[in-house]
Design a protein around this ligand. Structure first.
Ligand SMILES: O=C(O)c1ccc[n+]([C@@H]2O[C@H](COP(=O)([O-])O)[C@@H](O)[C@H]2O)c1
Ligand SMILES: Cc1cc2nc[nH]c2cc1C
Length: 358
């Protein structure tokens, strides 16, 4: 030990946790609450339906109970958080839209003009939009790390602050022109394989654009050899502020007992950083949908997640995650309000018919 003033863990003067401190929380994250899971399962088994007949709706209620640590679980306070970040590589022509759209869409979210506004309102979810330093895009990662240690840690800590105890569900989303290129580079660093395995059309670039994206991802990996050595280093070198914030929000949710719904490709890529550091770190997360972005299918396999639905969506901004809210509410309404066999006076499986001859 080096005495009282050990500065070896990159403590920042701003009092925010460093990436190393975030890394060291992972082994200490709370596990599943099996008591609540069991209580929810026991009620499920009494309800008026053939055993297992509500399929994944039954699983979802168990999942809510397990990670809220509450039986029955609740879903009157869902929150949707959208983090917006600006990417240096957006200047390389990797998106079908100009970089300025990131800030313009933030304004649209504030004005209630976007798809996510409609979904949040329809499903009574509290929508929060966090704009992350849009005037200061990350560095172009083909030239070196996208973020320095402090910027990445600050973004992660900012994401952690978007979570409060008492929330029943957190739906995560992102907005960031260029971030499918960043996410593809992150996936290639985390899981290997050629850049072409992870790159797709994003907002809708043509075949030439996809080639350009592949070249940018390859150049990014070549310029950041350290990204292959560690998941948090991959995030710092190839990620973006909104992706670091999503990573932080996932950890904070686990600590606050808030189950998490992940959205599409970039959102899942940010989560995959944690999976790579500790496969149990995403046990409190579900992936709402399979994005139309082709790399998402490979990414879902890499983190061992099965999405709830596949609607060919590729919007981002938390839209897929928001669509999981009515599914979860439906599952919970059945769990809370159905009658039991006994209450309804309906015969159980294998019960002897009343008055049957023997
Ligand atoms: O959610 C997805 O899977 C998804 C797939 C393609 C594009 N997006 C959205 O489009 C933006 C990134 O696309 P791009 O082409 O600029 O890299 C970003 O704002 C995302 O929210 C989102
Ligand atoms: C218009 C537009 C809306 C979006 N929402 C999330 N990503 C987006 C990208 C674009 C281009």
């Amino acid at each position: 030990m080096s005495g009282h003033h050990d500065h070896s863990h990159h403590h920042h003067d701003d009092g925010l946790p460093s990436l190393d401190e975030i890394r060291r929380v992972l082994p200490e994250l709370p596990g599943p609450d099996l008591e609540s899971a069991t209580a929810a399962l026991q009620r499920e088994q009494t309800l008026l339906k053939p055993a297992g007949a509500l399929g994944r709706l039954e699983e979802l209620v168990q999942w809510l109970a397990t990670w809220q640590a509450k039986a029955p679980p609740e879903l009157t306070h869902p929150r949707i958080v959208v983090f917006a970040g600006a990417h240096g590589i957006a200047a390389q022509g990797v998106s079908a839209y100009p970089p300025a759209v990131t800030g313009q869409m933030v304004q649209a979210f504030i004005n209630g003009h976007a798809a996510i506004n409609q979904l949040a309102e329809l499903h009574d979810a509290d929508l929060r939009v966090h704009e992350m330093d849009l005037d200061n895009p990350t560095q172009d990662f083909t030239q070196g790390p996208a973020m320095n240690e402090a910027a990445c840690a600050r973004a992660a800590a900012y994401g952690m602050m978007a979570v409060e105890p008492g929330l029943h569900l957190l739906c995560l989303g992102e907005m960031g022109i260029g971030n499918t290129t960043s996410a593809a580079a992150l996936c290639a660093a985390l899981f290997g394989g050629p850049a072409s395995d992870w790159v797709g059309p994003g907002t809708g670039v043509d075949a030439e654009g996809v080639k350009r994206k592949i070249a940018v991802v390859e150049a990014g990996l070549a310029a950041n050899p350290s990204a292959l050595t560690d998941p948090f280093e991959a995030l710092r070198c190839l990620g973006g502020q909104e992706l670091a914030a999503i990573m932080g929000a996932i950890i904070a949710s686990r600590l606050a007992r808030v189950p998490v719904v992940l959205d599409g490709f970039a959102c899942t890529a940010a989560a995959a950083v944690l999976y790579k550091a500790d496969p149990k770190a995403l046990d409190h997360c579900i992936v709402a949908h399979r994005s139309a972005e082709p790399g998402h299918t490979r990414l879902l396999a890499a983190i061992n997640k099965r999405p709830l639905f596949d609607f060919d969506m590729r919007l981002g901004e938390g839209s897929g995650a928001a669509l999981a809210i009515p599914v979860l509410k439906s599952a919970l309404a059945c769990h809370l309000n159905m009658a039991t066999f006994a209450e309804a006076g309906v015969a159980q499986k294998g019960e002897r018919p009343a008055g049957a001859m023997h």
